[in-house]
Write a protein that binds this ligand. Sequence first.
Ligand code: FAQ
Length: 330
Amino acid sequence: MYAQMVKSTGKNVQALEDMPPEERAFQERIDRGEKIEPKDWMPDAYRKNLIRQIGQHAHSEIVGQLPEGNWITRAPTLERKANLLAKVQDEAGHGLYLYCAAETLGVSRDELFEMLHTGKMKYSSIFNYPTLTWADMGAVGWLVDGAAIMNQVPLQRTSYGPYARAMVRICKEESFHQRQGYHIMMTMANGSSEQKRMAQDALNRFWYPSLMMFGPSDKDSVHSAQSMAWKIKMNTNDELRQKFVDETVPQAEYLGLTVPDENLKWNEERGAYDFSEPDWEEFYNVVSGNGPCNVERLEARKKAWSDGEWVREAMLAHAEKKAMRKEAAE
Ligand code: FAQ
């Protein structure tokens, strides 16, 4: 795996005083809250780790179009169709900003796609689950975009300038997505008993996969310590997962739906919900390519890439012709 080529220092983050001078000056800039820009000096591991995370994030946005794209032609009203279409288009835009941010680190878009298509780079586990009913469009917007925002809002303060700036716009759009999803859930939860049943079923199926989006528990997180020292990540996986649960449970209650967790309970002392961890075996299984839709998702992306070959060729030929004409005219 490409990502596994990234030598993560894991939990053993080097102390400032043990760093060579250049690295120390770099770390001090990060500690002061300065942004790192593409032409600045950076440790190779910082660059590789960023390519890994931004690349994985970009791929997630692009692959993430598939489960919802699946429902555009079956949306129940014209308004819902227009909203869903706009949302799916937004996700494509997010992917493009993120690929641009990754490119500033010296990796080409073709290389990133190649790594996605050959399984050397990951995308978010959540998109390997099927969307079976219209209520899933509600659950994806509410829970999946909700989890994405929880993770991405702090990333607006991440140390790498192009990534942080991409996040600002992405977060604004994700907020709209979350609301449109919640609105679908509200309509269904207050609709006929069959619609309410569908809404509950969607929550049942998407709850734990949404919790998995935040990554493994902190004790098993490979990159957190170093990524947080470099402000590539601003919070640990468990911190954000807890925050998500605390914000989402009251929203489920407002809908009159039940979070599928017998152990879910408000803990007065902690001022937070106690909840069951997701099934981590399932998580690792999905991440290693054996989820319900992994094969289908990758096939769809590979097909889109090869179907688009003539467009890329035509655009390159056009650019070459234009450059030649310009040269001849000069
Ligand atoms: N799925 O050491 P950690 C969206 C991997 S955007 C797959 O904790 P890290 C918008 C991880 O890569 C959703 N793999 O890793 C949308 C690592 O493997 P590696 C995407 C996962 O990076 C909504 C290994 O496990 N958001 O949804 C996952 O410090 C609706 C060990 O984990 C981002 O990418 C997972 N869930 O923390 C679109 C946000 N979790 O690389 C359409 C930016 C972990 O060594 C519709 N990324 N792994 O082989 C991040 O914040 C971080 O990368 C985490 C993981 C928090 C995802």
